[in-house]
Ligand binder design. Structure first.
Ligand code: NAD
Length: 479
């Protein structure tokens, strides 16, 4: 379940997940100018902490295995999620930490990559037991200096969420009394505990901003035989979870037509479009997206991905587009909302068909981008917009009054509200995310053009290696 395409491909080829990441790295490194030593340093995991600690569960003591890996210290703090899964092992955590380094570099989030994991099945424990395990893990990280707002800042991943992040923040703060920036030791917290508005929908919104930007480039749309802009584009989304639901919602609101949706129970398709919120309400009422009025049922959920559409957003699982179905995919744009939804074979088949694949490492980086904003908020100890919202509103009012008195005309009430509105926290988070996704898209596109390649994944990797490489070169080597 938690294996990515790279992980599966690696296993099939008898190399580890981390070695698989290294192979992708090597492929892209050939397009950069760095000497071997720098490339070796970028690739290496800087610190690996494997721990075992006892936790009393009922009347027994359980020894829990856990990890925290800091892949790169070229920027500090390090950043990366913590997952709870029985699949957690050192190689996997190392690979995921490395991918975080490259993801952060691509979206210009100034962190080194990290990842953590506890080898448990969270479903086997009560909330009370999970809290004990989480707090013990956090205190182990504190003991070895593996957590802190300037050291290493975890976030949620598989099996963890805002609740676990709150427990970690509280454990850290109680072990570091008086540390003013303590809340910045972890992100993905509830808004009431120092979290930031907009974090929940951030990844799906980032997916939308990234694909919208691609659609805004007339030259690329012409090559695909599509019109410019997101409006009217036909979209199929797989997965109605956090990423898929929010991506679909923003595509819908942005004027795209959601023609197909796939969940584990099956898929639905209507070429005239589906009303997303009505589908969600239907699923809530009936327990399934199937039999939605006006839509055709697709019994084999995976076949939904093969339906006629312009944009396909796999946002559920890894490896869903592979050698067996890639040739039947009709979408000209594939936006990887999930991690690793395409196998390397699928990549090749679709690239040969002339499709544009927007890689996960860039497209689903909205979550870490907004985590960065949360960390900034924690360090500044003030909600975004608190200092300037009212000032902006007063200034807008003055400008509006001046324009109205000079022209002798009055704007409508709706226009007045829009013009006067000063930015709330969520407005600023959205705008920061939008700017990030647009800027990074063009960095990758320019790299692709200058290297004369059509593979956006390798181009994104190259962009990341270049940024981390320059950092290491400029830092020099400490004696
Ligand atoms: P989620 O659990 O909220 O949603 C996954 C959805 O996929 C669920 O609705 C589930 O029912 C559905 N699903 C399961 N099996 C399916 C199948 N066979 N066919 C169709 N749908 C199926 O998870 P999420 O947080 O949305 O994550 C989805 C993907 O995005 C994962 O690969 C994750 O690693 C990646 N991702 C998530 C985030 C984030 O911020 N949540 C960030 C980066 C990457």
């Amino acid at each position: 379940m938690v294996e990515t395409a790279t992980a599966k491909a690696a296993k099939a080829q008898h190399y580890s997940f981390f070695q698989g990441v290294e192979r992708n790295f090597d492929k892209a490194a050939g397009f950069t100018r760095f000497e071997k030593g720098i490339l070796e340093q970028i690739k290496a995991c800087n610190s690996v902490y494997q721990m075992k600690f006892p936790v009393r569960i009922g009347d027994k003591i359980e020894v829990v295995e856990a990890y925290r890996v800091q892949h790169s210290h070229h920027k500090l703090p390090c950043k990366g999620g913590i997952r709870y899964s029985m699949d957690v092992n050192q190689d996997e955590v190392m690979a995921l930490a490395a991918l975080m380094t490259y993801k952060c570099a691509i979206v210009n989030v100034p962190f080194g990559g990290a990842k953590g994991g506890i080898r448990i099945n969270p479903k086997n424990y009560t909330t009370f037991e999970l809290e004990k395990i989480t707090r013990r893990y956090a205190s182990e990280l504190v003991k070895k200096n593996f957590i802190g707002p300037g050291i290493d800042v975890p976030a949620p991943d598989y099996g963890t969420g805002a609740r676990e992040m709150s427990w970690i923040a509280d454990t850290y703060a109680s072990l570091k009394p008086g540390e003013i920036d303590a809340l910045g030791c972890v992100t993905g917290k509830p808004v009431t505990q120092g979290g930031v508005r907009g974090r929940t929908e951030a990844t799906g919104l980032g997916v939308f901003y990234g694909v919208r930007e691609l659609c805004n480039v007339a030259e690329d749309m012409k090559r695909l035989g599509l019109s410019t802009g997101i409006e009217g584009k036909k979209v199929v989304v797989q997965g109605l979870g956090n990423v898929g639901y929010h991506a679909a919602k923003f595509f819908y609101e942005g004027g795209a037509i959601i023609v197909g949706l796939a969940e584990y129970e099956g898929g639905i398709y209507n070429e005239k479009g589906l009303d997303l919120e009505k589908v969600v309400a239907h699923r809530k009422a009936t327990g399934s997206i199937l039999d939605f009025p006006g839509a055709t049922n697709i019994a084999n959920s995976l076949e939904t991905l093969e339906q006629e559409c312009d944009i396909l957003i796999p946002a559920a699982l890894e490896n869903v587009i592979n050698a067996s179905n890639a040739a039947r995919i009709k979408a000209k744009i594939i936006g990887e909302g999930a991690n690793g939804p395409l196998t390397p074979e699928a990549d090749e088949i679709l690239l040969q068909k002339g499709a544009i694949i927007v890689p996960d490492m860039y497209l689903n980086a909205g979550g870490v981008t907004v985590s960065y904003f949360e960390w900034l908020k924690n360090l500044s100890h003030v909600r975004f917009g608190r200092m300037d919202k009212r000032f902006s509103e007063n200034q807008n009012t003055n400008i509006l009054q001046t324009v109205e008195s000079l022209t002798g005309k009055r704007v409508t009430d709706i226009e007045r509200r829009q013009i006067m509105h000063g930015p709330d926290e969520v407005d600023l988070v959205y705008s920061g995310l939008e700017d990030t996704m647009i800027g990074s898209y063009h960095e990758i596109r320019e790299a692709m053009l200058s290297l004369n390649m059509t593979d956006m994944r390798t181009a994104a990797f190259t962009v990341a290696i270049n940024k981390v490489g320059v950092s290491y070169e400029e830092l020099g080597i400490f004696p």
